[in-house]
Ligand binder design. Structure first.
Ligand code: SF4
Ligand code: SF4
Length: 247
């Protein structure tokens, strides 16, 4: 494993260990509770920040920071089968669209937002501070683990995550306008089709096919850099400016 991937793994593992403290700031419920009272809660702020960051870093949060990444990639030691992906990836949008619509509707009914309180329902600043919160914590962690064991690598990211669509939208916008931002590019004619990248991609993407088609854009790519660091031919690169590799 390269030094960069060791650092990435360490960051996502630490992020998972901090999850009992941070879980409320990713909560799909607390944003609703806040919206019903006209309060911009902690998770509202997180989701807006994730969207804004994705305009420059795509889904790098998913690959490099997310607490759910830590536990799911640890599960690879038990089950490293690929997630099916494809059309099943749409499941998360069937969750996200009604959820975000509901938040907008109740915020309008509440007369709009009038207060900012990042500690809404997290008064101590620590998310898991009483028994009911432990239940929520273990339910979410259980879902990460069960889906990893039954539906393949990072299945929660593919099928459930309510944060991913914010970053997919941000990524689509940055890719459309092609302003300088982190993304992948490849030199297809150096590819030997060994498919090491396909085998190692934590999001089960057909990376070699992306290389062959000279299009490294994929809504499910989390910019983890595993393909960059494992390709024996050095075919795939992280780049900031579009067309840097002359493609
Ligand atoms: S690991 Fe590199 S050489 Fe092998 S298939 Fe992937 S891009 Fe091609
Ligand atoms: S394509 Fe590469 S950077 Fe994207 S998720 Fe797969 S291994 Fe990570």
């Amino acid at each position: 494993m390269t030094r960069r991937q060791k650092i990435r793994k360490a960051i996502i593992l630490i992020s998972f260990l901090l999850f009992p403290i941070t879980i409320n700031y990713f909560s799909p419920y607390i944003i609703i509770d806040g919206a019903a009272q006209g309060i911009i809660a902690g998770s509202f702020i997180t989701f807006v920040l994730l969207f804004m960051v994705s305009l420059f870093l795509g889904r790098a949060f998913c690959g490099w920071v997310c607490p759910g990444a830590g536990i799911q990639e640890f599960c690879f030691t038990v089950n490293d089968k690929k997630a099916r992906g494809g059309r099943l990836n749409w499941i998360k949008y069937f969750i996200w669209v009604p959820w975000i619509s509901f938040i907008i509707a109740i915020a309008i009914l509440a007369g709009g937002f009038h207060t900012v309180n990042p500690l809404h329902l997290t008064e101590t600043g620590i998310s898991v501070s009483e028994p009911a919160a432990y239940m929520m914590y273990f339910t979410i962690v259980g879902l990460f683990v069960i889906l990893s064991f039954t539906a393949g690598k990072r299945a929660f990211c593919h099928y459930v995550c309510w944060m991913a669509p914010f970053m997919v939208i941000g990524t689509k916008i940055k890719n459309y306008f092609k302003w300088p931002s982190l993304h992948l590019e490849s030199i297809g004619d150096k590819c030997k089709q060994c498919k090491i990248c396909d085998k190692n991609c934590p999001m089960s993407l057909e990376v070699s096919r992306m290389v062959q088609s000279a299009s490294m854009e994929n809504a499910e790519c989390i910019l983890c850099g595993v393909c960059v660091d494992n390709c024996p031919q050095g075919v795939i690169k992280y780049v900031r400016k579009y067309g840097k590799l002359g493609l």
